[in-house]
Design a protein around this ligand. Structure first.
Ligand code: N01
Length: 544
């Protein structure tokens, strides 16, 4: 029997969101002594941190949950088609209770450094409070959009009013009544804040750099019949999502946008627009994400909707994206976003033509005009995919950090799960994992790792690591897949986070796998069936 140095835990998972909970459940099932830690004071990860007004899922309830627990499936009741942040948080707490996860979750525990000790074959993990623990396997469940960024605008710190980042919202909430409120940042976060906060404020100023293509939707209550249908068909719905390129349980489109008549195209666009949200992007036509011409046709349709909705023609024109086409940015689901601009108290300021020059003690300066504000909201996004992994020191073999490796070599991973030079370190939703509705790859990633670690245990292997060749192969596949989509070129034009382009100075490269979730799962399945040929293994010496 092989023996390596004993450790406090078999597996230590950083992050107690969807990833951490799924990992804890599955690794426990594999017989591993698993512990989850999180720097926050509640479980929920993204859903604990993002509590800004209007926060809710862009995915519908029916495919925004785990499928693996019969007990949770039977007892949990969704209330809204697009659940609010509070509702998702309640779901995650329900999962934690029903799977009895809490006693292995430690909150208010922030990792500062994790070092791989080659001789002992263990990870030594240092917490901010000074404690150090050891673990055989170290797993990141830190999320892909968890490291918020403020923009580099002169005078940012001089603003004397209230200042909030969407991803650092105060738990007690904010009172906007009678206040002049400004917002910078109109991605999926900002566009949810606008319609909720604008009606509460005395004046609301929207500083818009790049407009988004927002697909509006309604948010109905989930009926008892719909919940029963979900329970009766849970596995089929999950499987449908798992096979879908974006991991949504939707029907694949049948036709190219270019092969139907203009009237038919308009009819299909209209019907899917009425269904709302992700239905439009995913169910209209086969090529809205792969053909620039098709993507531009969708873009023009949405511009038409903006012009129909927004009464002031000048404001409508400013809200119409024109510098990139549909899918160039992650398409957000809107809840009365465009109609909010019809309120007398709302004003749109174009900062694309004339950028913000300065933030002063009193407000924001654009084109020589100072907009005086009491509250300034930043919904300016995240250092996506890599931000959380490089913000702490993850030190692999030879004392090299993950941050140094990726800075020197560009993003590298095997299937987004493992990195050469970092034995026994695994990522849930690592770099180069699918650009998709993330609950599905999170569950499947936890199940894949469970099988991998059980296989390793049965094989007497206790050191697992991506081969260098596997990283080259996966990077080539990630680039090939991205270049076959409009997201690659249009994403660069739009400054999209998935191309690394939202952060000044960050390397422009493909951060996610765009070859489709179903295809990605095929790669993972093939890897397991073939006996994990793209990993290298080691068995610790047999003890006396
Ligand atoms: O961040 P973003 P997000 N001056 O990076 C602007 C997921 N998510 O937090 O486009 C002026 O998309 C920036 O402008 P521009 C989802 O995957 C999901 O909104 O760079 N503006 C942009 O408007 C999403 O894609 C959900 O010109 C500046 C905004 O800030 C991802 O998280 C909800 C600026 C940042 O948009 C990120 O979304 C929320 C500057 N210097 C988030 N710097 C749901 O599913 C930045 N901006 C519901």
């Amino acid at each position: 029997m092989s023996h390596s140095t004993p450790t406090d835990y078999d597996a230590l998972v950083i992050g107690a969101g969807f990833s951490g909970l799924a990992m804890l459940h599955h690794l426990r099932e594999a017989g591993l002594k698993t512990h989850v830690i999180d720097g926050a004071d509640g479980i929920g990860g993204t859903w604990w941190i993002n509590r800004y007004p209007g926060v809710r899922t862009d995915s519908e309830y029916s495919y925004y949950s785990f499928s693996f627990s019969q007990a949770v499936r039977e007892e949990w009741v969704w209330k809204q088609r697009y659940p609010s942040g509070e509702e998702v948080l309640a779901y995650l707490n329900f999962v934690a209770d029903h799977l009895d996860l809490r006693n292995d979750i430690e909150l208010n525990t922030f990792v500062e450094r994790a070092v791989y000790r080659e001789t002992e074959n263990l990870w030594e993990v240092s917490y901010r409070d000074g404690r150090t623990v050891s673990t055989r396997f170290l797993i990141s469940g830190m999320g892909v959009l968890s490291q918020p960024v403020f923009p580099a605008i002169t005078g940012l710190d001089s603003f004397a009013g209230e200042k909030y980042h969407a991803a650092r919202w105060p738990r007690e909430g904010v009172d906007f009544s009678g206040k002049r409120v400004g917002i910078i940042g109109l991605g999926a976060s900002g566009i949810q804040i606008v319609p909720v906060v604008a009606p509460q404020a005395k004046e609301f100023v929207v500083f818009q750099r790049t407009p988004n293509y927002i697909v509006e939707t309604s948010n109905d209550a989930v009926t008892a019949d719909q919940m029963q249908h979900l329970r009766d068909n849970y596995d089929a719905i999950f499987e449908k999502a798992a096979r879908h390129p974006f991991a949504v349980a939707m029907e694949p489109a049948e036709y190219s946008a270019l092969e139907v008549s203009a009237e038919e195209r308009q009819r299909i666009f209209e019907s899917k627009w009425n269904e709302g949200g992700f239905h439009f992007a995913n169910e209209c036509f086969t090529d809205l994400a792969s053909d620039p011409e098709a993507s531009e046709l969708a873009a023009e349709f949405i511009r038409g909707k903006i012009r129909e909705t927004v009464q002031d023609p000048e404001t409508a024109e400013l809200l119409c994206p024109k510098t990139y086409s549909f899918n160039g940015k992650r398409v957000p689901t809107g809840h009365n976003y465009y109609s909010t601009f019809n309120l007398d108290t709302v004003r749109l300021v174009d900062t694309l033509a004339t950028p913000i020059t300065e933030i002063t003690e009193r407000g924001v300066v654009v084109d020589g005009t100072e907009y005086e504000l009491d509250v300034l909201i930043f919904a300016t996004g995240f250092d996506a995919m890599t931000g959380t992994l490089t913000a702490i020191d993850i030190v692999g073999r030879d004392g090299r950090t993950l941050s140094e490796k990726w800075a020197d070599e560009g993003l590298k991973s095997n299937l987004g799960i493992s990195v050469h030079g970092f034995p026994n370190f695994f990522m849930s939703l690592g770099v180069q994992t699918p650009y998709a509705n993330l609950v599905v790859p999170i569950q499947m990633g936890a199940q894949w790792l469970q099988s991998f670690l059980m296989w390793a245990k049965e094989s007497g292997i206790d050191r697992l690591e991506a081969t260098p060749e596997s990283e080259e192969t996966w990077r080539d596949e990630t680039e090939r897949a991205a270049k076959a989509t409009v997201m690659y070129e249009e994403g660069k034009k739009a400054g999209a986070w998935f191309m690394g382009d939202n952060i000044p100075g960050k390397r422009e490269e493909v951060n996610v796998y765009m070859g489709g979730h179903g295809t990605y799962q095929d790669f993972c399945r093939a890897e397991a069936e073939a006996g994990y040929p793209t990993f290298q293994f080691q068995t610790s010496p047999v003890s006396a």
